[in-house]
Structures are given as structure tokens and as C-alpha cells.
Ligand binder design. Sequence first.
Ligand SMILES: [Zn+2]
Length: 536
Amino acid sequence: MLVVLVLGVFLFVQLRAVAHAPAPAYDLLITNARIVDGSGNPWFRSDIAIKDGRITRIGRLGPETATRTIDARGQIVAPGFIDVHTHVESIYSRPAAENFVRMGVTTLVTGNCGSSSTNVGEFLNRINQQPLAVNLATLIAHGSVRRTAMGLEDRAPTPEELKQMESLVEQSMKDGAVGLSTGLIYVPGTFAKTDEIVSLARVAAKHGGLYATHMRNEGDKVADAIRESISIGEQAGLPVDISHFKISNKRFWGQSPMTIGLVREARARGLAVTVDQYAYTASSTSLDSRLPTWLRAGGLEEAKKRLADKATRERVIKETKESLKRSGFKDYSFAVVASYGPDKSFNGKSIAEITKQVKNKKDITSQIEQILEMYEAGGASMVYHSMGEDDVKRIMQEPFTMIASDAGVRQVDDSVPHPRGYGNNPRVLGRYVRELKLISLEDAIRKMTSLPAQTFGLRDRGLIREGLAADFVIFDENTIVDQATFDKPHQFPLGISYVIVNGTPVVENNEVTTARPGMALRGPGYQQNHPQITQK
Ligand SMILES: [Zn+2]
């Protein structure tokens, strides 16, 4: 009897629900939003309705139309930020990617600076088994391809090796890579001549990809390096993005009008050239990038053998000293250790300080000797305070400049990494937009959303438009600020209340959620059912 009664009441409620309150049309509604839509246009006010991970309607909509409503009153709603310059090959071990989502980033492009997975299909497909909080795309990297074909050797490839490299790039483009990257200061990328890169870029071009490059030089020879990058794009017939565009040489501070001029000139000739930038006057890379490339050929073990020879060691010291002189710095106080495995007490200290501590010496030869000893012990990752603020600002103001972090997935530990991995986007919005009024809010958002989407071929993201993917960041333009500093980098920014990926919040009321709604984003050459090659 009771069962029948309960069932009856249940049915009655259900029928009433059907008759009077139809199931909401949308999964999520963002109301009262001031929308900065990513196009660069001034903000407008509207509601945004989301269904099945897509933006289904923009307009005046009642809260009853959605299962869930987020009131964005007083805040800005922008497309989720697209960070086109990251190093997140290890992301599956830290799928929350908290440092990225907490700064509003919803899509990452990895495989930059010549280093990527060489099995792009497997790398992207892994997201099905190990879901991520963010969307993920990758480049296929020249350095990794070259290493697979011919190790770390300092020579031109044989025709067979070049063919192998081309077919690996071809395979990767079909597996969904968005383009080809190079890292021409690193081993083995640095050993490649221009024609080798053109050959591989042609393959990426055939599949609609772009060429993203960490150039051969960002200091005294930066103009030559920009010309080489543009020429590769011109010869291979594909767009060029110059990564982390900067002037990393004290003697050349103030020369950004010249370097920007080279990019403008190329664009005026009809060549698609863009740049990306992080909003800091320090860079971050390996310690060994200070040392001659010939020393690093073949890898660390080879280098150690060379360094054991006294005359060779002296030659290395002499060349490194000359390179320091060319860079305009009087010693290595600008070079600060981010992470050094053998002695964590070095983290956060400059090479000059460490040399004083270890050797009680101040001279440059002793500092270089210290660098060599650390290199021989496995190397270190570094932060280099090597840029001028005026150049950073001038580059940021160019319409073709994107904002990208050059960071990896961070975890809180003893290291003292570059703060860009925690603060890059909020720093632009807090410091360069609000405090310095260098660029408008709308333009800053464009540089983080539609410009990267357009450049990297992510056609259904980067704008708030009906039909596009529902990636958003909701923040207070009056309070958004980065908190990470060079001394204390492991700090999340403030002012971002919601980050939404494919319609699902990954940050909610300023806290990360456990949701993993990220998708693999594949490039224009993607062929779903082409046969996989087996990797060696
Ligand atoms: Zn790089």
C-alpha cells in the first residue's frame, strides 16, 4: 500500500514537472556578464548559455533556462586563455595543471623549443585514459625528431636520415600536431643548418601547420636569427611564430624597434609572421645554454670527456668568457639557479653568489669553472635576468604579439622556478593593463585568446561566439594580480573566480575542482584512421 502511495506521489510530481517545468534547455548559464569576447572589441553585456560543452546562445536569457547559473555581476567574462608556448610533456603525471588553470589558461600548446613527444598520436590519445583539466595540443619538435634519426651529432643529416626525419614529421602531422617547432640554441637542434629545417617545415606546411621557433640567437645576432626564421617560413610556405620574442643582451637593450621592424616588414610583404612573449624581464632555460655548442655535441658524457682535457677546458672557458662579454654583463650575477639536483641550497642563488660561497672567489674564470662543475654534475635549470623593461613593453604593444608563458606544469617543491608559470596572464592584466595602462583590457584578452587560436589553427576556440567551445575565464579586472615573484614563485594569482573548460568549471569560487574536461586538440593535418607506425 505504502509503495503504491509513494509511487503515485512520485509519478504525480514527475508529471507536474513535465507539464509545468520542462527540463532546462541549457547546462550552464553565465548571467550579468561583461563580455570581453576575444576579438578586441569593447566589452558588452549579455548572458551566455552553454550546452554540451558549446556556447549555444548569447543574449538575454532567464535563469530558469539552465540547470546551473553563475552570476558574473561585476566581473569580466573572457574566452579561456590559450597558452601557445608551454613545455608540458609531463602533464599526464599532473593532470590538474593547477598553475595554468589558476591563471585562466584553458588550452596548452606544448612541444615547443625543439622538444616534444615523437609519438604525437599516442601523446594526444592518452587523454582518453588519463583525462586532463585543460585542452592540449602539440607541435612536433625538430630536436626530438633529429635525435631519433641521428642522435646528438654535430653534422648534416645523410639523405636517408633526412628522409626519416621528414617521414616522422609527416606522421606527426597526420597524428594531429599543429606544426613544427625548433630550438636552435639546444643540442641537437643547434647543429641543423637552415636547409634542413626548410625541408621539415615543408612537410608541416603540406598539412596546414605552422613553424614555431626558439631562434638561433636572441642577443647580439638576433636580427640574423629573425631573418633566418622568416626565410624558413617563406621558403617552406607556412606561417612563422617566433617564440618568446625578446632582446636578451644588455648591450642591445632598446633595439626592439629594429627587431619588431623586421617582423612588420615581413608582414608587409605578405608573410604570416607573429611572435609570442611572456611578461617578465627574465628568461629561463638550461645552464648549459651558456656553453659553446661544440662542447655539448653528443651529450653530457662526450662533453665530460672533452672537459677532462686541460687545453679543451681552457678553450671552453675562453669562449664562454667572450660570449659573456658579448652579452653585455660584467659577471654571472644575472644568472640565478632555479633548480640544481645535487645541491638544493643553490636554488635561488646566482652563479656569482654560489662561486663566492663555494670557492670564495669573485672573478669570472672562477664563475665559469663553477658553471662547468655544475654542468658536469648533471646541469641546472636557470633564470636569467637579461632583458630590458622598455623592450618588453614595446613588444607587448605590437598587434601580432601573443601572451604565452613558456612554462611547464609546476608543483610546489624546493625549486625556485621562473614565476611566469604561476603569474603570466594575471601579470599582464594587473600590471600592464590596469596599473601601467600600456594596452587595453580588450587588446590584452585578444592576445591571450583569438590571436593564439587563429595562429595555431584552433578554429573553434578563442572567441565568445555561438557554436564555439565553452572555455571561459571569469575575473575581476580591478583586483586581478599575479602573486608569484622571483624569490617566491610558488604562489597563485588573485582575482580569478571561475575557469571553465568545455562547459565544466575547473576553478569555482576561486578554488580548483576535480573535474577533468580537457580535450585533445588536433591540427589541420589530422587523419583519424591512418595507420600508426611503430616507434623504435
Ligand atoms: Zn624556448
